[in-house]
Ligand binder design. Structure first.
Ligand SMILES: [Zn+2]
Length: 315
């Protein structure tokens, strides 16, 4: 199918809700590698798993609590061991009934060009679940994958700069609104817009809840169409196309503030995290624990993400 025709089919699918899983275009020839981008096979899922365990050991990590601060410091220290000079951006933001302090952690890998690919994971846990709440999938899994990606990319010199942003306060306390939820991503999106850096951001890729051992990636309708097409192509190349589905409605997650600030963005999220296919009953419960995840799911997402970056980085 022609690329534009595919995009049109995706759009029609969004509008009608009738085609949730179109066949994506498959490249006819093996594309050239992109300089400075690791091979997808270099992603070590066992290493990612160790980072998931490392974050989950800090629990709970509800935004505004000492747990979230310790988690941010742990991420900062881990990134520093990879050779980055990370930024710890602590800031106060209004919340229902007051203010709270949040912490974003950002590692920047400078590129040879002006473009920036921004990879995002939140690291906070949903508030009020329980004193020993792990948040293994939400937010351990994506944080572990993003740390392993940062480790694999460290020391490289790709064409686009690659930023690894670990954002706080994705979870809302009561209901999403201007002062509840998405605190870290709204902060970073605003900073990029106000400094003019946003115009150099070619892609924002948000990972969330991607460690479920029964992996089903629902790509929400409210993503930038060419990034959605790119994700399906990368999943095909990675041999996990059956695990990717178009979700026929919007999801409010950390990609939204970047889209609202004019940056292309996509959210890779598994929103079927439960005791049976289609159920989401582990989400935001004490059942969100390490035994529900698998190393292989981390590997699938890590390698698919590298394939997406390879295509974006190709001259
Ligand atoms: Zn959540």
């Amino acid at each position: 199918m022609h690329y534009q025709a595919f995009l049109l089919a995706v759009l029609i699918g969004f509008l009608t809700g009738c085609d949730r899983s179109p066949t994506p275009p498959v490249p006819p020839v093996k594309p050239a590698s992109a300089p400075g981008i690791p091979d997808p096979g270099a992603f070590q899922a066992t290493s990612a798993w160790a980072y998931v365990e490392g974050l989950v050991a800090i629990r709970p990590r509800d935004a505004g609590t000492p747990g979230a601060r310790r988690a941010a410091q742990w991420i900062y220290t881990t990134l520093a061991t990879f050779g980055y000079e990370p930024e710890l951006d602590s800031f106060d933001d209004p919340i229902p009934g007051g203010t709270a302090t949040f912490h974003n952690v950002i590692a920047r890998l400078p590129g040879t060009g002006s473009d920036i690919i921004l990879l995002i994971s939140h690291f906070d846990t949903k508030n009020g679940i329980g004193p020993d709440f792990q948040g293994a999938n939400d937010s351990g899994s994506s944080t572990g994958v993003l740390l392993e990606l940062a480790r694999r990319f460290a020391g490289n010199r790709p064409n686009p700069s690659i930023w690894f942003a670990f954002v706080d306060g994705e979870e809302c306390r009561t209901a999403y609104g201007p002062h509840d939820g998405l605190h870290g991503s709204r902060r970073l999106a605003r900073q990029l817009r106000e400094t003019g850096i946003a115009s150099n951001v070619s892609a924002v890729i948000v990972l969330d809840m991607i460690g479920d051992r029964d992996l089903t990636v629902n790509v929400p309708a409210n993503g930038t169409p060419y990034l959605v097409a790119l994700a399906f192509r990368a999943a095909t190349e990675a041999g996990i196309r059956p695990r990717f589905r178009l979700y026929d409605h919007a999801v409010l997650d950390d990609h939204v503030p970047f889209m609202e600030a004019g940056m292309p963005a996509i959210n890779l999220i598994d929103f079927e995290y439960g005791s049976r296919p289609g159920a989401n009953d582990y989400w935001h419960t004490m059942e969100d624990s390490l035994d529900k995840l698998s190393v292989q799911s981390l590997e699938h997402i890590g390698r698919t993400t590298i394939r997406m970056i390879q295509t974006l980085a190709r001259p």
